[in-house]
Design a protein around this ligand. Structure first.
Ligand SMILES: Cc1cc2nc3c(=O)[nH]c(=O)nc-3n(C[C@H](O)[C@H](O)[C@H](O)COP(=O)(O)O)c2cc1C
Length: 270
């Protein structure tokens, strides 16, 4: 199916003007500046019901949920017809929100086999707006969705309170990149090409320890130049320990640097 050339932004948060809304809006503004038509949908207005596992598996052939679900009908039709999608989720407990997960699971059930979204350009944004934990793990279900539906996903955007400004800029750039891709979907030649494409995306393959190191990095790079020099020294020490195979001590050092960074950040915010 060819898309309609628009960039669709889905806000997977109950907060209508929260951080997810702001970051998805930044991506759509980038797409709009690049000449695309854009549409933003608050998923809170269309909360998909849990898949009830129709048996026999009729939705696979009818391509329609076997049970009445106006929210799924609305969102799936929008996805089927758009030219590109930005899916933003707040991070809840290092994972996506329930409303995002329910959409994903029902999309799998109805469309994973027929793959009508093959080649659809997509970007996932995860907003870990509290501690910042889960900034990558919460994006994995979103990118698993893109992969299973055979979409052509660009790099994920992990967002925390600490890298907010840089992330907004990147969201706009990714929105512009999506705008340039809305003309024609580019399906993968085969499953192997798709697997390698997804393996090539940044962040998603990080270990838990590397994710924490990334969080420490994002938390500390935005600090003012006169912030405590013990923080970068601590991170350098952590990397040296990790290089020597002392992973537990390294991670403890990362945590100390992260916590010191948060303290400075919150002091600066207050
Ligand atoms: C149930 C729940 C779980 C949360 N879990 C996390 C978390 O694991 N990591 C994190 O950094 N923030 C967490 N948060 C904070 C949200 O990510 C943060 O408030 C974010 O700004 C929400 O996006 P929104 O403003 O669009 O609602 C959680 C919030 C809630 C309500």
């Amino acid at each position: 199916m060819a898309g309609d050339g628009s960039v669709l932004g889905l806000v997977g948060s109950p907060n209508r003007e929260g951080r997810t809304y702001q970051m998805v809006t930044a991506a759509l503004e980038g797409a709009s500046r690049a000449g695309a038509r854009v549409e933003l949908i608050q998923m809170a207005d269309h909360v998909v019901e849990a898949c009830k596992d129709c048996l026999p598996w009729e939705c696979q052939t009818t391509r329609k949920c076997a049970y009445p679900d106006a929210a799924f009908e609305h969102l799936s039709v929008k996805l089927l017809h758009c030219g590109a999608v930005v899916l933003g989720t707040p991070i809840y407990w290092w994972d996506t929100t329930g409303m995002v997960k329910y959409l994903i699971l029902k999309m799998f059930r109805v469309y994973a086999r027929s793959a009508p979204l093959a080649g659809l350009p997509a970007v996932g944004i995860g907003i870990a707006g509290g501690t910042g934990n889960g900034l990558v793990s919460g994006l994995r279900p979103v990118y698993h969705f893109f992969q299973m539906l055979q979409m052509r996903a660009l790099e994920p955007l992990p967002v925390t309170r600490f890298n907010w400004g840089a992330a907004r800029v990147r969201a706009g750039e990714l929105g512009a990149a999506l705008a340039a891709m809305t003309g024609a979907r580019q399906p993968f030649a085969g499953v192997e090409e798709r697997l390698l494409w997804y393996d090539g995306l940044p962040y998603l393959g990080l270990t838990r320890a590397a994710e924490r190191r990334l969080l420490a990095d994002l938390t500390t790079t935005a600090l003012p130049g006169n912030a405590d020099q013990a923080i970068p020294r601590g991170l350098a020490q952590a990397d040296a320990l990790a290089a020597r195979g002392e992973h537990l001590r390294a991670l403890q050092e990362v945590t100390r640097a992260y916590e010191a960074g948060v303290k400075v950040f919150e002091g600066g915010q207050g």
